[in-house]
Design a protein around this ligand. Sequence first.
Ligand code: GLP
Length: 266
Amino acid sequence: MTANTNHIMFYVFPTAQDIARFVSAQIHQLIVERDRLVLGLATGSTMKPVYAQFINEYQRHHPNLQHVHCFNLDEYIGLPAEHPQTYAAYMQEYLYTHMPFVQEQLYLPCGKDWPSQEECLGFSKQIQALGGIDLQLLGIGTNGHIGFNEPGTSFDQQTHVVALSEQTRRDNSRFFADKKEMPTHAVTLGLKDILGAKSIFLLATGEQKAQIMGQLQRGPVTEELPASILKKHPDTAILVDEAAAQELDPAQCKEGTVLLEKIEIY
Ligand code: GLP
């Protein structure tokens, strides 16, 4: 396959906090403008400043949230429901306990018991039944995974069970007090589901993401780098801070401050 960078633009922001301000403002704008809004949400350390900023804005302006639906990307398989490192627990801690959402607005793939193929596809179908995802937030693994779609995953897959790569298990074991608890498998929205989102923001912050960002910008669309499929998506923006931008070609980037200047909400 050949490189195709027509559709995605890399925006470089001074800091992760600037990215959080921009993304939070975009979500608030959609909340105000739309009659129904379907959000695709991610977890991980990258998203924490985004959700903190979003809560902050919510507490100042209290927009109506009754028409908002939130779908999560992925979940570990095999952790007990009460384990603090489930992504369900993450969403509660960093977003949902601070907002007046009701349970019916929140959708998380269930990894407590090994989900059947039918249950996995049911999750993709729930998204379709609501008209698809309007805005999908993505982080990225150091190996280029999005959601938990590891290198080698078919671009055509919907929600499915994955075996986590050694690199991902090493990276994510930093969140587990006892490293032996780090799961071996997860359930994730597939690349086909993600590509179905109308708009996508992929966020990458910190120098540990610099190398994969360089590869993503320079390289071809290939299943070996799952995030590269975003080059085929009609409305994706890659938002990076300066630390993650170190290996990007500046000639192929725009300044994120241009986007910050356009924020008009409230
Ligand atoms: C994790 C999650 C992704 C997340 C990514 C980046 O493994 N499955 O959904 O976006 O990797 O994580 P972090 O933001 O902690 O670097």
